[in-house]
Structure formats: C-alpha cells, structure tokens
Design a protein around this ligand. Structure first.
Ligand SMILES: *[C@@H]1O[C@H](CO)[C@@H](O)[C@H](O)[C@H]1NC(C)=O
Ligand SMILES: *[C@@H]1O[C@H](CO)[C@@H](O)[C@H](O)[C@H]1NC(C)=O
Ligand SMILES: *[C@@H]1O[C@H](CO)[C@@H](O)[C@H](O)[C@H]1NC(C)=O
Ligand SMILES: *[C@@H]1O[C@H](CO)[C@@H](O)[C@H](O)[C@H]1NC(C)=O
Length: 364
C-alpha cells in the first residue's frame, strides 16, 4: 500500500518537475552477500541479478568469475543483461506475438519486430522484493519475488515468480526459479543471464576455455535468430561440443552471429529429470564449472555483441569477454506446438533449477 502511495505521489510530483521517480526507485536497490567456505556470491534485488561470484583457482587464489559493473546503479542502464534474471519469457518471441487458446496477444517488440527477454522492461529491469535472506547456517540463501501484472509488456494474466540463490555442499550454487499464474494461462520461461569467465572477469576473452555441451541437436533459427521449428544435428558442425572443445577453435565459422548464440536441445538420460547440461574448464586457472538443470534447453551465447563496456574496476569488456549458459525452454516455444510447452496455468506452476558445481583441476 505505502509503495503504491509513494509511487503515485512520485508520479504526480514528477509531472511538475519536483522529483525524479527513477531516483526514488533506485534508492531501494540493495546488495546482498552469501558466503560459504571459499564461495562468495553478491546479488541485487534489481533484476534479481548476480553481481559477483568469488571462486578459488588451483592455488587457492580468489577471482571474480562473472562480468559486471562497479556500481549497482550501472545495472539500471544495462542492455547486456549482466547477471540478470530474464523473463517473463527469456529469449526471442517471433513477431512479438502469439495466440493462446484462441486469444491473440501482441507484445512489446524490443529487438526489431521481435520480443527479446520479456520486452522493453522485462524482469531484468524491475525491482524484486526480498522474501527471505539468510546468510547463516549450512545453506546461506536469498529469495526474491516479483509480481508481474496482467498485460505487462503484453503478456496475459498476473504472475508471481521467485528466484532463490542458495550456496550448498562444497562450492555449489543452486538457482531455483518458480512461477505461478494467478488468473490466466501464460507463457513463463525464466533464465539466468550471467556472463562467466572462469579465468576471472578481467582476464581477457573466453576463447581458450574448453566447453562441453550435452546436446546433440540445436533448434534451427532464421537470420533474426527466430526458430523455424526444425531441429538439426550438431554432427560435423561448429556447434558440436559433445566432446570437450576449445571455444575459439571453430568460432570463425559463425561469422553471421559473430560467435555462438544458439539453443541446444539437452539430451539428458532417460527417466531422469536432472540433466548434465555443460562443463566449462579454464586451463590457466584450473577452474571448472559443471551445470545441471531440469530445463529442456541451453542457450549458449559467447557475448558476441559486448563492445567497449566499462566494467568492474574500470576493466573494459569486449566481444567474447564472457560466456552465457542460459538453461531454459526452447526460444519462441509459444509459437511452435512441436516444442515443449511453456504455458503456466493457475493449476500448473513453473519450476526451473540450475546446479552449478565448481571445482579446480590441478593438471590437464
Ligand atoms: C532522473 O535521474 C536520472 C539519473 O540521475 C537522470 O538520468 C534522468 O534524466 C532524470 N530524469 C528526469 C526527468 O529528470
Ligand atoms: C546508458 O547506456 C548507454 C549505452 O547503452 C550509454 O551511452 C549512456 O551513457 C549510459 N547512461 C548513463 C547515465 O550511464
Ligand atoms: C481455454 O479456454 C476454455 C474456454 O474458455 C477453458 O475452458 C480452458 O480451460 C482454456 N484452456 C487453457 C489451457 O487455459
Ligand atoms: C518489421 O516488419 C516489417 C513488415 O514485415 C518489415 O518491413 C521490416 O523490415 C521489419 N523490421 C525489421 C527491423 O526487421
């Protein structure tokens, strides 16, 4: 109630030039830290975003392995989605529209004629509420929530989503995303958009890192990166990471997109919900990341369009400074009946989890 009142006051006064609503909003942006053993994670309620993750290398030296900005305020003017939770529907929706149960919905187009990561003001560009913050005990955690209203960016119905960050075990990070439709069926597909660089955010590019992706197929896309509805085998292509490969070894074959920006169909094991999605290794630091998920897909993006971005400590990020492992449903699922459904209803909630296991290897 008070929040609505303050916002209302703000809007009234803003019209007369007395106050600036974006400043009022910014004052509530906060930073939270979770620590367990050698692992140290910083997150913010702006976009339920990851700000930093400190990890030891093979000699025990800590390094920050995600790209980001110096000040949390910089995240409010970000167009790269650094560390953010993206939604209501991550990735692209072709033509910024879809039809659901006979009703046609027109969305906000924010990338040409298409919708990217939820529209002009997606879940990465809003303040989330802090539901629970516990930086003590065996599993330090924080849970953010966001109530997206009916019609927001064109999507149908009210939705409440939560994102939890949990440190657990030995050097493990769990991200748990949940969603509930309150009144109408709606597509929901959340993803975490952290840019990883296991060598350290300021170590240069990720082209020498070794990646394995456990997907034998990709969803084929057109020139605007919208799925055609077809699948293609990775066999014999630059997309084949079934065996560990150096990222830069074949990236020049993908000139049109300046690198990898593609959704993999995760293979998984029959009858098992949790799938091994990807393994990333950095030989120099010895750091290794293993990612497990229950999502059907993984968008592999090599930060192709990052250019001259002033990041933490004044370090300037350029193309391929980091890589994204966005586990999620397939892009544009809402327009492809042959893709697994992303429709969430009041009776059918949404749940997506990611387990990140970090370790070091002493030898290669
Ligand atoms: C509000 O403040 C922000 C940041 O200080 C500034 O960029 C923006 O132009 C201001 N808006 C108005 C209407 O004064
Ligand atoms: C916001 O970001 C744009 C580039 O995306 C940059 O040109 C502009 O200077 C930034 N504004 C502020 C206030 O930092
Ligand atoms: C579609 O609409 C019908 C009639 O309004 C309704 O009974 C049904 O539950 C709806 N289906 C979904 C998936 O919402
Ligand atoms: C958007 O669609 C219109 C009509 O099909 C087309 O003329 C235009 O080139 C498209 N714009 C972009 C940026 O793709």
């Amino acid at each position: 109630m008070t929040k609505i009142f303050v916002l209302l006051l703000c809007l009234i006064f803003a019209a007369s030039g007395f106050v600036n609503c974006s400043v009022v909003e910014r004052e509530k942006i906060r930073i939270f830290q979770l620590k367990k053993g050698h692992l140290s994670l910083k997150v913010t309620n702006w976009g339920a975003s990851i700000l930093s993750l400190l990890l030891p290398d093979r000699n025990g030296k800590l390094g920050d392995v995600v790209l980001g900005y110096d000040s949390v305020k910089d995240y409010t003017n970000d167009s790269t989605y650094f560390g953010a939770t993206v939604g209501r529907v991550a990735n692209r929706i072709g033509g910024a529209q879809f039809t659901l149960n006979g009703t046609h919905y027109k969305l906000v187009a924010n990338e040409g004629n298409n919708t990217l990561h939820g529209g002009a003001r997606g879940f990465s560009d809003v303040l989330w509420k802090v539901e629970r913050y516990q930086n003590e005990g065996p599993n330090p955690s924080i849970t953010f929530s966001y109530h997206s209203v009916d019609g927001e960016e064109g999507f149908p119905g009210d939705v409440i989503v939560t994102v939890s960050y949990i440190l657990t075990g030995k050097n493990q990070l769990v991200i748990l995303m949940k969603g509930k439709a309150l009144n109408k069926p709606t597509p929901v597909n959340l993803a975490n958009h952290a840019y990883w660089n296991l060598g350290g955010h300021n170590s240069g590019n990720i082209l020498n890192e070794v990646v394995q992706i456990f997907g034998s197929q990709i969803t084929v896309v057109d020139s605007k990166l919208i799925p055609t509805g077809k699948f293609a085998s990775v066999k014999g292509t630059a997309y084949d990471f079934l065996k560990p490969q150096i990222i830069g070894s074949r990236i020049n074959q993908l000139a049109e997109t300046k690198g990898y920006d593609i959704n993999y169909v995760l293979d998984g094991e029959k009858g098992k919900k949790t799938k091994l999605a990807a393994i990333v290794q950095d030989k120099k630091s010895g750091r290794v990341l293993e990612l497990y998920t229950n999502a059907p897909g993984l968008q592999f993006y090599t930060g192709n369009y990052v250019k001259d971005l002033k990041g933490k400590g004044g370090y300037v990020y350029n193309s391929h400074a980091g890589l994204c492992l966005e586990t999620q449903a397939f892009p544009d699922s809402v327009n492809h009946p042959n893709f697994p459904s992303t429709i969430v209803t009041p009776r059918k909630p949404y749940k997506h989890y990611m387990f990140f296991k970090f370790s070091t290897k002493t030898q290669y």
